[in-house]
Design a protein around this ligand. Structure first.
Ligand SMILES: [Zn+2]
Length: 375
């Protein structure tokens, strides 16, 4: 079974090796508060579905753009269940068909609803960068099987049941109320996620572009661009020049960024290009729409801080583990996660652990693999 199948919750797999046991509480199929994505209008004819806060198993935001002859989506929902709710939401907004789906990157919480969307609108174009298309065609980086597979479904259910049981166990041992609440909420989250993921398959987009692709429209044209490697080696962003809306995918994720298999130096160049676009609204890959540049500036500063600390340690010949011990990332941890012990835990797991590994490899001139294993 592939470690990447649970997307960002790969950390859970490491925590759980050999620990899965029977779930003591029935799964809550609605999940915790904020699991179901909420709709916000960000411009005339442009909506975003987003989870309003951080969850350890997140679903990627979906942007809905109504053009004259159909709807363009940026990302497809985090699971078949999320995509079924997305299809219902689109039908409430407009009778027009979905004409195109842009997948921002290969991590499973963004493309996983594509099959459900194509069942509703089989004529829709499917688009990503060529790199993302290659990952979604490669069994090593496919999040789920290419065709329905009862064994893969049962394996996923067993893993999520194990995660939920582990979360309840951790809740019982938690030292703070925030952590106790976080673990309890995550137990319900994995129950809902397992229900939503039943029958999930990976579909590679049909069209892979290199640097730019335009979906024209008189009112709401969409320019899809590859600005460089950042969170992955194939992040697409979508730019709506008339509305000043930039859909950034996981190049920007809030309240805490994700760093698995990322490219810190290139990411800074991408953030500079994002900053120079005259956007009024920035839609991150996770978290609510942003209306200023404060968060992307903080993100860029965090990446610069990590690169500046890691490079001299790598040059001294320290191992990655020894280099980690010499870092002081308390300022950026406080900046993103404050004093919340729950958020600080995941800032460490989803940001610091993987991006320090990337910065170390970058400093040593070693290749960075596309992986969700946290290293
Ligand atoms: Zn994501």
């Amino acid at each position: 079974m592939s470690l990447s199948r649970l997307t960002s919750a790969a950390i859970f797999i490491a925590l759980l090796a050999g620990r899965a046991h029977a779930l003591e509480q029935p799964a809550n199929d609605a999940g915790p508060a904020g699991y179901r994505q909420e709709l916000t209008a960000v411009a005339d004819g442009v909506w975003v579905l987003a989870q309003p806060r951080f969850l350890v198993q997140p679903a990627g935001n979906v942007t809905i753009v109504e053009q004259a002859d159909g709807v363009v989506l940026v990302d497809a929902g985090g699971s078949p269940g999320a995509a079924r709710r997305l299809v219902a939401e689109i039908r409430r907004l407009t009778p027009k068909p979905v004409k195109a789906v842009i997948i921002t990157h290969w991590h499973g919480d963004h493309p996983q609803g594509l099959e459900v969307i194509l069942s509703a609108w089989p004529q829709a174009r499917t688009i990503s960068t060529a790199a993302t298309r290659a990952h979604l065609s490669d069994p090593k980086t496919m999040n789920t099987p290419g065709a329905p597979d009862a064994k893969a479904d049962a394996d996923l259910r067993e893993r999520t049941d194990g995660f939920a049981a582990y979360c309840l166990d951790m809740a019982a041992k938690a030292k703070t109320l925030e952590e106790k609440a976080g673990w309890e909420e995550s137990a319900a989250l994995f129950g809902a996620y397992a229900d939503d993921m039943a029958g999930a398959v990976t579909i590679a987009p049909a069209e892979g572009f290199i640097d730019r692709l335009v979906i024209p429209d008189s009112e709401r044209p969409v320019e899809v661009r590859f600005l460089g490697r950042a969170n992955t080696d194939g992040d697409a962003v979508a730019w709506l020049p008339r509305q000043g809306v930039l859909v950034a995918g996981d190049v920007v994720v809030a309240p805490i960024p994700f760093g698995f298999g990322s490219y810190p130096g290139d990411w800074l160049q991408v953030l500079r290009q994002v900053r120079d676009l005259s956007f009024r609204v920035l839609v991150p890959g996770h978290g609510p729409p942003q209306r200023d540049r404060a968060y992307i500036d903080r993100l860029a500063a965090a990446i610069e801080d990590i690169r500046a600390q890691v490079a001299p340690l790598a040059a001294e010949g320290l191992s990655l583990e020894d280099a980690r011990r010499r870092l002081d990332l308390s300022a950026q941890t406080h900046s993103f996660a404050g004093d919340d012990p729950w958020l600080r835990r995941w800032f460490e797991a989803y940001w610091i652990t993987p991006i320090v590994a990337s910065a170390y490899r970058e400093a040593r001139g070693e290749p960075i693999a596309q992986s969700l294993k946290g290293e």
